[in-house]
Ligand binder design. Structure first.
Ligand code: PLP
Length: 496
């Protein structure tokens, strides 16, 4: 056991170049979990000579780790030693040290989520640094639809990193050539041209540029309560004023916001010649609390874009790759609406969790872009293309859209039952596929439910006002969906 303990405490650079030696803080934390009664005594005896380093964190020297491993092999039982080594292998830095470092160095553009620190995953389950497991209900905002770890992607990325790690978007490389042979059939037949990017916001930004180049007009119509990302252009077309105003993006003369489902307002703007471009999330998620647009509206907008030679951009960054499948084989929410956009922005789960996004468009829009109009150092790099190749192949092979349809029914009927069981608590239930939202009486009730869910082993961080949003990994099983519904039932029963 001494060897296994030493190997956990000391980073072997050949095997784990990504790791450091364990910190004293983490040794204390792990011993506190494994054997609380003896933890302090062991630490006081063996770690008193540890020297504080940068940021006040003490990292074990190899020598100290050797001595500690020998001592722990004697003082811990076999099962305690095994659990301790597993915890250190999960993380060699303590939870508090990790939080402190984030707090010290983060530019506060967002609130730091620090109540759970995840360090490992298996399928749809996440494990935190304290050894607890939680069923994932947000899929890293729909970026890990295939689950939170992926052995094939790990091997593919390792192989590619050894071969050729980076190649610009405008240079030919083999992983992209490999991927280009197989990716198009996932899209409607009209959408044949791809421009690779690294984040959803970038894909939205570039979609807007392409739409402007194609329509030769700057006007863009966006929907109230829509969300399109955090780059300059994406924020400009995102409705919530709190995201736009600090950057003067509420003072644009090219963006027009209309109510969702108000096609007359769009028709008027187009008729007046003020805008020809429409951007929409087919199911408004982030800011609207999961609100599918009305099918008639989406079809009318499509017809208006045709009439005025405009461009319909569907932001499928979150809704895509099967998240909103209403039928097996529907990879895009726009398919559920029977509409083909001129431009589609895709991202999130494209690379199975590895960052890769794209603008996908038809040959007409594509022809409006000329060399020099855009460029990207990392867009469609070899690593990204390998991840996307493996992830999209897995999505098809696992037939995840069929699972989405089946689990969606299970969630929807389970929630309808709970609505009856807890009258006055659950209000409207909405969504398509595995993008599901339901209303509770208040924001506070949502926070209370989420806290109960956490106590019951379900990680559900997503909410919008008084709506709870569920975005489980698309591989979620019948049993796991039932586990979630049971946890929701328990939580609702405890809401005061
Ligand atoms: N578009 C939509 C609909 C999104 O939900 C998001 C992110 O949540 C984005 C764009 C931005 O994606 P990213 O965070 O990868 O830039």
């Amino acid at each position: 056991m001494g060897n296994a303990l030493y190997n956990a405490l000391v980073s072997d650079r050949k095997q784990h170049p990504e790791r450091i030696n364990a910190t004293v803080g983490r040794v204390r934390e792990a011993l506190g979990i494994v054997c609380p009664a003896k933890a302090d005594v062991i630490c006081d005896k063996h770690l008193k000579n540890a020297v504080k380093g940068r940021n006040g964190i003490s990292v074990l020297t190899d020598k100290l780790a050797f001595k500690l491993a020998r001592a722990l092999a004697k003082e811990l039982s076999g099962s305690e030693a095994k659990r301790f080594a597993a915890l250190i292998n999960d993380s060699e830095i303590s939870t508090q040290e990790a939080i402190d470092l984030h707090e010290k160095y983060k530019i506060p553009v967002s609130h730091l989520e620090k109540d759970l620190v995840f360090c490992r995953a298996q399928g749809a389950w996440l494990y935190d640094t304290l050894g607890n497991k939680y069923l994932d209900m947000d899929s890293n905002y729909s970026a890990t639809n295939l689950g939170n770890e992926n052995g094939e992607i790990a091997i593919g990325l390792m192989n590619q990193a050894r071969q050729l790690i980076a190649t610009k978007e405008d240079r030919v490389h083999i992983p992209r050539a490999r991927f280009l042979q197989v990716i198009q059939p996932m899209f409607p037949k009209e959408l044949t041209q791809f421009y690779w990017q690294n984040s959803g916001g970038e894909a939205v930004d570039k979609s807007l540029k392409m739409a402007k180049a194609y329509t030769k007009q700057k006007g863009v119509i966006a929907l109230k309560n829509g969300f399109h990302g955090r780059t300059h252009g994406a924020v400009a077309v995102t409705y919530n004023i709190k995201y736009r105003a600090p950057f003067f993006l509420d003072q644009q003369d090219w963006v027009y916001f209309v109510e969702p489902n108000d096609d007359e307002a769009i028709a008027k703007l187009m008729k007046q010649g003020r805008a020809k471009i429409v951007i929409m999330e087919p199911v408004q998620s982030e800011e609207a609390g999961v609100r599918p647009l009305k099918p008639g509206f989406v079809k009318k907008v499509r017809a208006l874009c045709d009439k005025y030679n405009g461009a319909l951009i569907c932001d499928e960054v979150q809704t895509g790759f099967g998240r909103c499948a209403a039928r097996p084989g529907q990879w895009w929410a726009s398919q559920a609406y029977g509409v083909v956009p001129d431009i589609m922005a895709i991202g999130k789960s494209f690379g199975g969790g590895y960052p890769v996004t794209a603008v996908v468009t038809n040959s007409k829009v594509s022809a409006a872009m000329k060399p020099g109009y855009d460029g990207s150092t990392f867009g469609g790099n070899p690593m990204a293309m390998v991840a996307a190749y493996i992830a999209t192949r897995q999505m098809v092979e696992k037939d995840i859209t069929s699972n989405v349809v089946a689990r969606s029914k299970q969630f929807r009927s389970g929630l309808e039952k709970l609505k009856k069981q807890f009258p006055g608590l659950i209000g409207d239930i909405r969504g398509i596929g595995l993008m599901i939202g339901f209303d509770l009486p208040s924001k506070e009730a949502v926070a209370e439910l989420q806290s109960h869910l956490k106590d019951n082993g379900v990680h559900s961080s997503l909410s919008t006002g008084n709506a709870v949003r569920l975005l489980p990994p698309l591989i979620i099983s019948t049993k796991e969906a039932a586990f979630t519904l049971k946890a929701i039932a328990n939580g609702l029963g405890r809401i005061g």
